[in-house]
Design a protein around this ligand. Structure first.
Ligand code: PLP
Length: 364
């Protein structure tokens, strides 16, 4: 969604650094898998109808193998394939009594907040800001806990210490953690936790949600998964929910997802491009005098507005003065006020042009 409108007194093309969509293209292995699957579907002898509710066995096996490669052993039946992490997060929340509050970072990925609000579930915002190093405190009562790392919108990562404290709290209080790993592929530091299940004790109190959207450019194809360990006792309920309200992910899409898992190196160039974009943006924003967070292990950068401007005022200034569209932080919760989010997921040429426009600007 690159806006092509012209700004009032500026004839330059507007560059969008605001969106969470990816520029593509799909990895080659995914394209070939889609073609082969479509050909199979076009022959009577190899046609596939309704897919199994929890996912094709070959994709559940491939997910198992991808976790095994990280030293995390699960059974295929603990994986539930879906049409994306966003659906899963809302659907998982719907299993629990609406009287149970949802603790979530403030700021936070708004779809989760809104899914909770639609179900009239109370929210317990957990501050995530520069003062606490973007590490949310543990909640003060039993609840559902949504954690996202690398995080949207802040682009920061939860440390092992934070995850250990939250798992301890969840175990002691009978709370459940929903861990959103949609941006895991962008982690550069191998010492940072890439899965909640790297934390001892998490299997009894956590569910992990993953996505093919950002790393493999599946935003248009739609595929994700939930990993629900047997120890949580929740899998049978989710299986029932899916059997009742979901008819599975298209067979060709599941073939493409399995192909991506079989060829992880194919994703490296797109991830490296986003990382390079993030590095470039960070350097340009810091040179312009802004305090910038995130972006090292994530495609998002979180910048403090200059001179105590509101998110919307700084958003308007960037748009009118430089033709740059970013995302005002206030849309991600009260804690996002006073920040804006830059996305590095777009085209390299756009990021270069954005950095060129930022050159010579001094915001503070
Ligand atoms: N989780 C986070 C933190 C996101 O930012 C997004 C999309 O922007 C999603 C999940 C959605 O992922 P999917 O495309 O798999 O539904």
């Amino acid at each position: 969604m690159e806006a092509q409108r012209k700004t009032g007194n500026d004839s330059r093309k507007i560059i969008s650094l605001s969106i969470g969509d990816v520029g593509g293209p799909l990895p080659r292995s995914a394209v070939w898998a889609l073609r082969r699957a479509a050909a199979r579907m076009g022959r009577a002898g190899s046609f596939h109808g309704y897919p199994p509710d929890g996912g094709e066995p070959f994709l559940r096996d491939a997910l198992c193998a991808s976790y095994r490669a990280r030293g995390l052993i699960f059974r295929p039946g603990e994986f539930f394939v879906s049409d994306g992490a966003k659906s899963d997060l809302g659907n998982l929340l719907s299993l629990f009594d609406p009287a149970l509050p949802l603790a979530l970072g403030d700021p936070c990925y708004p779809a989760v907040r809104d899914a909770a609000l639609l179900a009239r579930r109370a929210l317990l915002p957990l501050a995530q800001n520069p003062a606490n190093g973007f590490q949310p405190p543990v909640p003060d009562r039993p609840c559902l806990i949504y954690l996202c790392s690398p995080g949207n919108p802040t682009g920061t990562v939860l440390t092992r210490k934070t995850l250990e404290a939250t798992v301890d709290f969840a175990r002691q209080s009978g709370s459940l953690i929903l861990f959103d790993a949609a941006y895991r592929a962008f982690l550069r530091d191998p010492l940072l936790p890439a899965s909640i299940f790297e934390i001892e004790g998490a299997r009894g109190c956590a569910i992990e949600v993953g996505s093919f959207s950002k790393a493999a450019a599946f935003t248009g194809l739609r595929c994700g998964f939930s990993l629900i360990p047997e120890e949580t006792g929740i899998a049978p309920y989710f299986a029932r929910r899916q059997a009742c309200r979901f008819n599975g992910v298209a067979y060709p899409v599941q073939c493409a997802a399995a192909a991506v898992l079989a060829h992880p190196k194919e994703l490296y160039p797109a991830i490296a491009r986003a990382q390079k974009n993030a590095d470039r943006l960070r350097a340009a924003l810091e040179e312009a005098g802004l305090s910038v967070y995130g972006g090292e292990n994530s495609p998002y950068l979180w910048a403090k507005t200059p001179r105590k401007m509101t998110s919307m005022a700084f958003f308007s200034q960037l748009l009118s003065q430089l033709g740059l569209a970013v995302t005002p932080g206030s849309g991600f919760g009260e804690g996002g006020e006073g920040f804006v989010r830059f996305s590095a997921l777009g085209r390299e040429a756009d990021v270069r042009e954005a950095c060129r426009r930022l050159r010579g600007i001094a915001f503070s």
